[in-house]
Design a protein around this ligand. Structure first.
Ligand code: AMP
Length: 283
């Protein structure tokens, strides 16, 4: 497994290693890797000849500086974990490699993500999806993958990247993969490392609420399902940011009628740690 820090070295490495027909798969991450990330890498290897995992804590997608500072950084153990996978190359750039004029000129594209960026993570974290779209575009531009692998855990992010690919007509296929969970049901997340044992237990209410919603959805409207889910969630210690049941493509909140693939999305704080999760309630 090669470990590469610069764009120049990455480009020459890709050129020397690969022939013209080889398929490149990219798995973009912010590190603090867990089994969810590794599942993306293993899925990528099944579909691609050469798998690149990027590790970059992208400052421009954090609207909260404290969240950025406290984001777990565990590069040494990440690299050890990646050695156990089919990853061929790790791209580990510094901030100035990605953004040469940081903190200026961090936008590479001007793209209208409306209305997908107006709801949920978009309204709770102003500027977040502009940062995401730009770093993903930058990585796509540097690496030129044929396939890019993302987790459905970040459901709205998948919608945003789909829109990016579509609007810019990029020759890249997005593959979205299921959420990996702890035995407790809690979605694996790099942020879970900041939770103590009690909080890890408390946070399972997110998964319980999503499952409850799935169970009651067939008998109720989306609006009534949401109310019941809120009642259950609000018995917990977590502070809710939002709970929405949305159309899987438009992300518009559903009220009276179900559509196939309707997704419930939750964001909540357990102590200072912000967690998100989602589940298809109706299919
Ligand atoms: P992150 O490092 O949190 O930016 O995540 C990098 C990629 O891994 C994103 O596409 C995430 O959606 C995906 N991911 C994060 N957590 C999980 C999980 N529990 N299961 C599957 N994929 C995940």
């Amino acid at each position: 497994m090669q470990i590469i820090n610069t764009i120049d070295a990455l480009e020459s490495s890709i050129l020397t290693v690969l022939n013209a027909s080889a398929k490149i798969g990219l798995v973009p991450t912010m590190g603090a890797l867990h089994d969810g990330h590794l599942s993306l890498i293993n899925a990528a290897k099944k579909q691609c000849d050469f798998v690149i995992c990027s590790i970059f804590v992208n400052p421009t997608q954090f609207n909260d500086q404290e969240d950025l500072q406290k984001y777990p950084r565990t590069v040494d153990s990440d690299l050890k974990l990646l050695e156990t996978t089919a990853c061929d190359l790790v791209f580990l750039p510094e901030v100035l490699e990605i953004y040469p004029h940081f903190p200026k000129n961090t936008n590479f594209i001007e793209i209208n993500l409306s209305p997908l960026d107006h709801v949920m993570e978009g309204s709770a974290r102003p500027g977040h999806f502009n940062g995401v779209a730009n770093i993903v575009f930058r990585l796509f531009d540097i690496i030129k993958p044929h396939f890019a692998f993302f987790g459905q855990k970040d459901f709205q992010q998948v919608s945003i990247i789909n829109l990016l690919i579509e609007k810019l007509n990029l020759p890249i296929e997005l593959v979205a993969l299921p959420t990996y969970r702890e035995k407790s049901g809690l979605a694996m997340s790099s942020r879970n490392a900041r939770l103590n044992q009690k909080q890890l237990q408390e946070s399972t209410v997110i998964y319980k609420t999503l499952n409850y919603g799935k169970r009651i959805a067939p008998q109720l409207t989306p609006a009534a399902t949401r109310v019941k889910m809120l009642e259950l969630f609000n018995q917990s210690e977590l502070a809710l940011d939002y709970l929405e049941i949305v159309h899987p493509k438009t992300l518009v909140a559903l009220s009276n009628d179900w559509v196939n693939g309707a997704v419930a999305c939750i964001a909540a704080y357990c102590g200072e740690v912000r967690l998100i999760d989602n589940m298809v309630l109706f299919d």
